[in-house]
Design a protein around this ligand. Structure first.
Ligand code: ADP
Ligand code: MG
Length: 718
């Protein structure tokens, strides 16, 4: 006898072979468990009856009314044919309308019988009507009550009569099946009680037939928690295993060059955040295990310095370092910055990009091979097969989202020991999310900007204020400052975008005739683009009119104004990145968001958030909340090794951190939990953890303490 959960769905009363086939094919429901985990996508409140005279206004929720049909009539011709029913609650009338299966519905309901109709009333020419209402016979013994689930149906299901009503009936059937009481709790008991989670049986009941909004919430929370708990458990175990296994070069010393630079070469004092991150990196690199670290830091937080000092650690231990950037401009900026720093401590740095000359390449290849070259900076060109390091100790990758994991791996082309990897990004992903998504990476955060920055003043302006904006630009230009004017990426509507960009360029040239304007867009040849960018970077051009190609990383401290045209078309995080291009020097800087006066309230609210805060993490959170699973999450979600039914990585940050804590707790402290609770997991993606031996557990625990001391308050757990 299979257990309750794995019983074939065809054996559920009311299903049978035919319906079972449809359920399996259409929504993947093959057994009792699948059915009960087919959660409603929303719930409707059936605890109250409305009278028609109460209905007011346009935007009514779905609601229920008790009454009788007065008559039915067919209206319209051909494709526009519809069935209209007049329904009365004894005082007033409402219309019900069917656009399909007219023959069926006209025979289905009889005048003079008590029904409960349910649906969303729409106001049309002063009359309310409900199209395709849910209809039940009114049973005075058992009036509809409470909340009910509404389930996603496919076209095929509808055709075969598998309606929401039927699904509800099936759910009821399964929930009242005697076997239901035998299902096992799928979370460890200790965790249930510690985090006050709803037990499985009750949670399943409440998901389908909630007694109240609060109970429904508790049930949803429980299932979200469960999903995230097992995901976290998996990730933690995986990363523990990885860190125990993957050999890396041990860098035991902090050597001469690092110290010389630290004491004599540093052009400024490191921020505390930079120091902390360097310590984390140092700790990783001396262990003899491979470092795999994600370094997050807002634009301008000083990641380049961290990259350089990380490279120094490798060089001091007799190794080479590579720094890879997504564009030529960025690579050459890094090169300039870093060569200057490198002079102090006498190490060699070279730049390799697509446009490096053959002679230069030859030298680089040679010096790399014989070990004379210490740091190589470049673009994708670093990944070419001819580029062979003698001893690559650390690979540093700037702006990770442009490089995939596979590309990362190509840097060391199957050497026996993988170099340490530091991935740097300005994309401010909430920490818990980062740890979940980049399960194979540790995360460091620079959460502090270097001192002495004047925050950028952000203004939201509309076309009516053009002149004011022009004046602002002019005043800054007069002071010798530089200005960015950015247009949306040339994309879906290529022609139109290019037109507005070119017009903007023309207009700018005409408005500021005594200043030099350069021009960059994504469809340009790379050489042309680089030439135009270099005009701006060197200060020869005063104004740069561009599409978002400048989004990533350029550093022109003399630029003090960033005007963003059609700002409503950018995501918040993107606006934030763009704004980060100014305010890099000590001078007061401005970011002007040019919006459409006609945009909706939502858009205006988004722009207002930008004006309110410069905190990248707050912005990214607001962005994700407002857009829901937007681009950023989309790309991250695509690489995920697991599916989430209810939990949303972007929105459930709090549950994620609790789940993570719980998973850590289980791994670190409670061997009995490892073997019992987890093995009953309904999450097929979770490979059951085996019980660890005592000494292994001891190791795990110490390891975890080391690695997660910043997340977990261990005194609470041990
Ligand atoms: P990002 O993190 O965006 O890559 P950068 O490394 O380009 O930031 O640094 C931005 C600017 O801040 C650079 O001009 C850099 O020299 C400067 N900077 C970095 N760290 C400090 C610091 N601790 N104190 C003062 N200025 C700093
Ligand atoms: Mg940078």
């Amino acid at each position: 006898m299979p257990d309750f959960f794995s019983t074939d769905i065809k054996f559920l009363k009311g299903v049978g072979a035919e319906r079972a086939k449809t359920l399996t094919k259409e929504i993947g429901v093959a057994n009792f468990r699948d059915l009960l985990y087919y959660f409603p996508f929303r719930h409707v409140d059936r605890s109250r009856f409305y009278s028609i005279s109460e209905l007011q206004g346009e935007d009514l929720p779905a609601l229920q009314i008790k009454g009788r049909f007065i008559n039915f009539s067919e209206e319209g011709e051909g494709a526009r044919k519809r069935l209209k029913g007049i329904f009365s609650d004894g005082h007033k009338f409402i219309e019900t309308v069917w656009f399909s299966k007219i023959n069926y519905f006209s025979k289905q309901y009889k005048p003079g019988v008590d029904y409960v109709i349910f649906g969303k009333p729409n106001l049309y020419r002063n009359v309310y009507s409900i199209s395709h209402p849910e209809i039940e016979l009114y049973n005075p013994e058992k009036p509809p009550t409470g909340f009910r689930g509404v389930y996603n149906l496919t076209e095929q299901m509808r055709k075969k009569g598998l309606t929401v009503l039927l699904l509800r009936k099936l759910m009821e059937e399964a929930l009242h099946h005697p076997g239901f009481q035998t299902i096992m709790e799928t979370l460890p008991g200790e965790i249930l009680s510690r985090y006050h989670l709803m037990p499985i049986q009750e949670a399943l009941m409440q998901m389908h037939f909630p007694e109240s909004a609060e109970k429904l919430q508790k049930a949803i929370e429980r299932f979200k928690f469960e999903e995230l708990f097992y995901v976290e458990l998996n990730i933690l175990r995986f990363s523990l295993e990885r860190s125990a296994k993957t050999r890396g070069y041990p860098f035991p010393v902090i050597g001469e060059k690092f110290n010389k630079f630290y004491y004599e070469g540093l052009p400024f004092q490191l921020t505390n955040a930079q120091k902390r991150v360097l310590k984390e990196i140092r700790r990783d690199m001396k262990t003899g295990r491979q470092m795999n670290r994600l370094l997050q830091g807002d634009v301008g937080s000083g990641k380049t310095m961290v990259a350089f000092m990380t490279a120094l650690m490798a060089v001091d231990n007799g190794f080479q370092a590579a720094l890879m950037a997504p564009t030529e401009i960025l690579a050459s900026q890094h090169f300039e910055t870093i060569s200057k720093w490198a002079e102090t401590c006498g190490i060699s740095v070279r730049l390799l990009t697509g446009s490096s000359r053959t002679a230069e390449r030859r030298i680089i290849h040679q010096e790399l091979k014989d070990g004379r070259l210490d740091i190589l900076i470049g673009t994708h060109a670093l990944l070419e097969d001819v580029v062979q390091f003698k001893k690559l100790g650390v690979a540093i990758i700037d702006e990770q989202h442009r490089f995939g994991v596979a590309q990362r791996a190509r840097l060391w082309k199957g050497g026996e020991v993988a170099p340490h990897v530091l991935v740097m990004t300005a994309t401010p992903i909430p920490r818990t999310l980062a740890m979940t998504v980049y399960g194979d990476l540790d995360v460091s955060v620079i959460d502090e900007l270097p001192p002495g920055r004047t925050p950028v003043t952000t203004l939201v302006r509309y076309d009516s204020s053009r002149l004011e904006v022009d004046r602002l630009i002019f005043n800054q230009l007069k002071e010798g400052r530089q200005v960015y004017i950015v247009y949306p990426l040339i994309e879906e509507n290529e022609k139109l975008d290019l037109k507005s960009l070119e017009e903007g360029y023309k207009r700018t040239c005409e408005t500021f005739p005594s200043f030099r304007v350069c021009f960059v867009h994504g469809k340009m040849k790379p050489e042309e683009k680089d030439y135009q960018m270099s005009l701006f970077a060197s200060g020869e051009a005063n104004i740069l009119v561009a599409t978002t190609v400048i989004e990533v990383g350029v550093n022109v401290p003399n630029a003090t104004v960033m005007v963003i045209e059609n700002a409503e078309r950018f995501g918040l995080s993107q606006l934030h990145q763009l704004r980060g291009r100014v305010g890099r020097g000590a001078d007061k800087s401005y970011c002007v968001l040019m919006g459409k006066a006609t945009s909706g309230a939502e858009t205006k609210k988004r722009l207002a958030i930008m004006a309110e805060t410069t905190d990248g993490f707050l912005i990214s959170e607001a962005d994700m909340k407002m857009r829901g699973p937007g681009d950023m999450e989309g790309t991250m979600q695509s690489g995920l090794p697991f599916n989430l039914r209810l939990a949303n990585l972007a929105k459930d940050g709090q549950i994620i951190s609790i789940a993570r804590r719980a998973a850590l707790n289980v791994l670190a402290g409670s061997p009995q939990l490892l073997s019992s609770g987890a093995s009953a997991s309904p999450n097929e993606n979770f490979d059951n953890p085996v019980a660890l031996k005592a000494e292994e557990l001891f190791m795990v625990r110490n390891e975890l303490k080391l690695r997660f001391s910043h997340v977990v308050d261990w005194s609470l757990i041990s």
